[in-house]
Design a protein around this ligand. Structure first.
Ligand SMILES: [Zn+2]
Length: 277
């Protein structure tokens, strides 16, 4: 990078920070995503498995490293999830809105996973903390039949002018999802539209017969201590409100995400989201 380019990049960055401060002063919620400071981006089973899964998507390899850097540099703001949707704002040359959606796991696929894992997951605590035997681990991480979305089941869009299938802002948010799984692994199951306790209920039924009472007892065990989250209490994560649809602003950042094909189901199969890698 030449000195001129370096200087203009620094100026753009400072301008974006001023924009953020201005919005904060207007009372807008603007929270930086808490990205890890250590050498490892993710440390839990679900967080690491998510990142590995992303890195196996064909065609993502060139953009993902830049996304990791963006995340580590603290450029992701207002990260929120709502059902199968994730939204965030990412600071780059401007502030951009990223939206990602995951299709729900098809009921037949979920049933197959539950059948195959029956009796093999000890408790919800084991499941969420990734204490799983090789057999279950293989089932849930299978790239085609496991819990992780196939490439055509994940859609993403960004309001930036980069027309690449995956820009660095989207890549940063994809990695932020993995970090969120470290903090709250239940989010993974929410994004896929399935209830993880069903996996335990099926297992408990197989182990102890109908009723699965054992599963209920195990379900709440030590989860708060492990993840710092009270699973019995209302979801403490920020409720997505303005982050998903920030008020329209002047300037280039107000282009809608739809422009970059947050592909609707009707648009799928048009080549933006080719088949599984
Ligand atoms: Zn972008």
């Amino acid at each position: 990078m030449s000195w001129y380019e370096y200087e203009s990049a620094a100026e753009r960055k400072a301008a974006v920070q001023r924009k953020i401060e201005k919005r904060r002063k207007r009372g807008e919620h603007f929270e930086a995503f808490d990205s890890p400071k250590g050498t490892k981006l993710t440390s839990s089973f679900w967080g690491q498995a998510w990142c590995r899964h992303l890195e196996n998507y064909c065609g993502y390899e060139n953009r993902l490293p830049k996304g990791r850097t963006y995340l580590r540099q603290g450029n992701v703001y207002n990260f929120s999830t709502d059902g199968g949707k994730v939204s965030a704002e990412v600071a780059g040359s401007d502030l951009y809105t990223v939206e990602i959606s995951l299709a729900p796991l098809p009921p037949a696929a979920w049933k197959k996973i539950k059948d195959e894992c029956a009796g093999k997951v000890g408790s919800l605590l084991d499941l969420l903390s990734g204490k799983l035997g090789d057999h279950v681990m293989k089932i849930v991480t299978d790239p085609l039949t496991g819990l992780f979305p196939r490439r055509q089941e994940i859609r993403h869009g960004c309001s930036c002018p980069d027309f690449a299938d995956l820009c660095k802002h989207q890549a940063a948010v994809l990695y932020a999802i993995g970090v969120r799984f470290d903090q709250d692994p239940k989010t993974f199951f929410e994004l896929r539209g399935v209830d993880p306790s069903e996996l335990i209920a099926v297992s408990a039924t197989a182990l102890t017969g109908p009723g699965g009472a054992e599963a209920d007892e195990l379900a709440g065990e030590d989860l708060s201590a492990l993840f710092g989250i009270d699973f019995a209490a209302p979801d403490p994560r920020p409720v997505p409100t303005t982050a998903a649809a920030p008020p329209a602003q002047k300037g280039s950042s107000k282009k809608t995400v739809a422009k970059k094909a947050l592909a609707t189901p009707a648009k799928q199969g048009k080549g933006r989201h080719p088949g599984p890698s």
